[in-house]
Design a protein around this ligand. Structure first.
Ligand SMILES: Cc1ncc(COP(=O)(O)O)c(C=O)c1O
Length: 348
């Protein structure tokens, strides 16, 4: 099963969560979408939200490779930057806590929200409990600037005798995190085989692109040509499409193989992005409520809720001979930070 995956299993990796994560059917949503007298597609969910590490999520798989490199470099401190309600930052703090490292989190002002709950609850609260040191960055759309300030903090720590490891945000650094989703593609392909499920399409969120690019790369490298629909949660499709293709080229370089991904493989929708990153819309609110009230699935307003909105839309347009798989990437703590806006929308 490693054809086309090159050096994947040789690269340093720290594993704190067992695999595989469950692959489960969604019978209640399936029935509701089918409606009376009409049958619809079979629906399944890959539960990467269930990783048993500080509320889990897709960033667990990605951090396994960053912490692998950090450990090889002898780091005693890890620095990371992200939105205020970043799951990546929260899980970085979780890895650091488990491995006995110091963690510095830089919170970028990416979402125009003054809500005190947004700035203190959810991922911020969890990261603080995990012992992270918090910093701020006043912009949200300046990846290079955010990295530069993180490097400055790292230089200060180095001057005090520490050995920092920086997880960069901007493209141009090896996409180590995407390797976690190459691994996930291999894992899921094995589960689908074992359960004799033949999917017609996968639906995944597409933010930094590490999940989308890694997963798509992994499938194609294994010779699986099932469509993967990436759901934009951060930027418009015309910007995200080339980003994913470039990321796939970077993954190929890292693994020492040729990229099996073509431009036509990169399918993207930004239909559920408005009004923008980290801001709720009606289909996402409905998707969050549907996931929770029908299947007890907790979806977040920033990532997995938007991806579920696209999945439900795809399912409603689907046919009875199709099987659709939703990749649940987690984000659970954010629902508490968005408690006000979620509740207002439902009239609670
Ligand atoms: C819960 C969740 N889902 C999806 C994503 C998007 O993943 P990626 O950044 O790999 O595109 C993120 C990114 O932070 C996330 O936290």
């Amino acid at each position: 099963m490693t054809d086309g995956l090159g050096r994947l299993d040789e690269l340093p990796r720290v594993r704190l969560a067992p695999d595989p994560t469950p692959l489960e059917p969604l019978p209640n949503i399936e029935r509701e979408i089918a409606g009376s007298g009409r049958s619809g597609p079979r629906l399944y969910v890959k539960r990467d939200d269930t990783h048993p590490l500080a509320f889990g999520g897709n960033k667990v798989r990605q951090l396994e490779f960053y912490f692998g490199e950090a450990r090889e470099a002898g780091a005693d401190t890890v620095l990371i930057t992200g939105a205020v309600q970043s799951n990546f930052c929260r899980l970085c703090a979780a890895f650091a806590a488990r491995l006995g490292l110091e963690c510095h989190i830089q919170m970028e002002d990416r979402v125009p929200k003054d809500d005190p709950l947004y700035r203190s609850s959810g991922n911020v609260l969890v990261a603080r409990l995990l012992g992270a040191t918090m910093h701020t960055y006043p912009h949200g759309e300046d990846e290079a600037g955010a990295d530069a300030q993180l490097e400055e903090i790292a230089a200060g720590l180095r001057a005090k005798g520490r050995t920092p490891y920086v997880i960069h945000l901007a493209p141009g650094h090896p996409p180590l995190g995407a390797l976690g989703y190459v691994v996930a593609a291999r894992e899921l392909a094995g589960q689908l085989d074992a359960m004799d499920i033949r999917p017609s399409a996968f639906v995944v969120p597409s933010g930094s692109g590490a999940t989308h690019a890694g997963f798509l790369f992994g499938l194609r490298a294994l010779g699986i040509d099932t469509p993967v629909l990436g759901v934009c949660v951060r930027r418009a499709a015309d910007l995200q499409q080339p980003r994913i293709l470039t990321r796939c080229g970077d993954i190929a370089e890292l693994l020492g193989v040729a990229s099996p991904v073509t431009a036509a493989d990169v399918q993207i929708t930004d239909e559920f992005l408005a009004p923008g990153y980290g801001l709720l819309n009606a289909p996402t609110r409905e998707a969050i409520l549907m996931g929770a009230s029908r299947e007890a699935l907790m979806l977040d307003p920033v990532y997995s809720g938007k991806a579920m909105a696209a999945f439900l839309d795809r399912a409603r347009k689907g046919t009875a001979d199709e099987t659709l798989i939703f990749l649940h990437t987690g984000g659970t703590p954010a629902i508490f930070a968005y408690g006000n806006v979620l509740g207002e929308g439902f009239g609670w």
